[in-house]
Ligand binder design. Structure first.
Ligand code: FES
Length: 153
């Protein structure tokens, strides 16, 4: 029997050989652990595109610190939060943790937010991701206003 010249030049590693042998046996199912031990990658789950809610340590700031049409970065415990007032008397807050890889989102101007790591952009009106690579909106942080004070978290 002669071997095809192209087949003779193909080099296969021990994992490929093992998978080939195992897959050829009747009744054998390749378990995920076996697959990953051989460097086979499982199909990656696509990142969620749904906005989520997160809790942070509560903090309070004067509502006057966030004029209408602006956003402000605030420390709340260990977390950094973006607080905004898109319309008169409507306050919203989001985690400043970028949904791409966790960079700290900055206020560029007004309600325009940007992550300095890879350039993802967000709208502080609703936290929506407006420019890739962010896969989803910023996480919502609860905020309430009472007697001119905002309670965040
Ligand atoms: S971590 Fe924010 S854009 Fe990548």
């Amino acid at each position: 029997m002669t071997e095809h010249p192209a087949a003779a030049s193909v080099s296969v590693g021990p994992c490929t050989q093992r998978r080939t042998v195992l897959a050829a046996l009747p009744g054998i199912i390749l378990l995920p652990g076996i697959a990953s031990a051989c460097g086979m990658t499982e199909p990656a789950e696509p990142p969620s595109t749904v906005q989520q809610t997160t809790e942070v340590q509560a903090t309070s700031i004067p509502a006057a610190d966030v004029p209408v049409g602006t956003a402000k970065q605030v420390k709340s415990g260990d977390a950094t939060v973006i607080v905004a007032q898109p319309t008169q008397g409507e306050f919203v807050a989001y985690s400043a943790r970028c949904t791409h890889q966790g960079g700290t989102v900055q206020v560029v101007r007004d309600l325009h937010l940007r992550c300095p790591l890879h350039g993802a952009e967000y709208d502080a009106t609703d936290g929506s991701n407006t420019l890739a690579p962010a896969p989803r909106p910023l996480d919502v942080v609860p905020v309430t206003e009472s007697n001119g004070q905002l309670t965040i978290g």
